[in-house]
Design a protein around this ligand. Structure first.
Ligand SMILES: Nc1ncnc2c1ncn2[C@@H]1O[C@H](COP(=O)(O)OP(=O)(O)OP(=O)(O)O)[C@@H](O)[C@H]1O
Ligand SMILES: [Mg+2]
Length: 253
């Protein structure tokens, strides 16, 4: 496998993208402090809660602000600067976080995604690892927000629908249309229970499993108590499962 530097997590809504992204960010930044860039590419904004960071400004807010100022509007038209992008990063323990946020006006999703893509492209080179918590479905692949990630982890639970969505996303990534250049794609099953027959379901959609997470009562508890997943005991089931995935992706981990 080629060296993995950037990992995007995608899949159907509610399948565990944010849980997996957060644990990837946590494990990578514990091991490689200061060398990890986290991207919250979901307009619903979750990483600020699961990592416990305060986000002062999102990419979407930056965009609206720039559009309101003539001088900076020109700057935006001429290509926004890296400094502007850097100025809105939130700083965590061992990682920085760029948050897309919700578009302020209706119908400007594309523009926000485009600015986010610029942010990712321009900042990624300053870090060794990039983790993207994506929006549900294949849209951000089509919008090329995730166009050149090294590894796309596609989440699914044991429902036929989420596996079909996963199969669709994997097909888009593998087709490589629209300048999408994803090097490796892996299906990650979440909330796996041993009493459910999964082989038959997987065979139906023609997918192989790259990683698995069990149902984890600790994750549920932290969620209810609105606590950051950075405080989740490392020996609980989900952190251990994500560690196993990282070891497969990054041999030196
Ligand atoms: N393995 C697990 N064990 C227990 N709870 C889990 C597990 N995975 C996810 N959850 C819980 O399921 C819910 C959905 O997970 P998460 O937010 O990570 O999904 P998502 O794919 O990011 O959702 P969205 O599409 O809304 O962004 C959360 O409340 C999370 O705490
Ligand atoms: Mg999420």
């Amino acid at each position: 496998m080629e060296k993995i530097r950037s990992i995007a997590v995608t899949g159907k809504g509610g399948t565990g993208k944010t849980v997996v992204s957060t644990l990837l960010i946590r494990l990578l930044s514990e091991r490689f402090p200061g060398r990890v860039l986290a991207i919250d590419a979901d307009s619903a904004m979750s990483l600020c809660y699961t990592t416990g960071l305060k986000v002062d400004k999102t990419v979407s807010q930056l965009r609206s602000e720039l559009l309101g100022m003539r001088q900076v509007r020109e700057e935006l038209n001429n290509g926004p600067t890296k400094d502007l992008m850097r100025s809105i990063l939130a700083h965590g323990k061992g990682f920085d976080l760029l948050t897309m946020g919700r578009p302020e006006e209706p119908g400007c999703f594309c523009a926000c995604n485009e600015l986010l893509r610029y942010g990712i492209d321009t900042l990624a080179g300053d870090y060794d690892y990039v983790v993207i918590d994506g929006e549900a479905g294949p849209e951000q692949l089509n919008r090329r927000v995730m166009k050149s990630v090294d590894c796309l982890l596609v989440m699914a639970d044991m429902s036929a629908r989420s596996l079909q969505t996963a199969a669709g996303i994997i097909a888009v990534a593998k087709a490589g249309e629209n300048n999408i250049d994803v090097k490796a794609t892996g299906l990650v099953l979440n909330r796996v229970r041993n009493d459910q027959p999964k082989e038959e379901l997987l065979k139906k959609v023609g997918l192989e499993v790259f990683g698995e997470l069990p149902e984890d009562a600790e994750v549920n508890k932290f969620d209810r108590e609105d606590r950051t997943l950075f405080d989740l005991p490392m020996d609980s089931a989900c952190p251990q499962a994500v560690l196993a995935i990282l070891k497969k992706l990054i041999p030196e981990f």
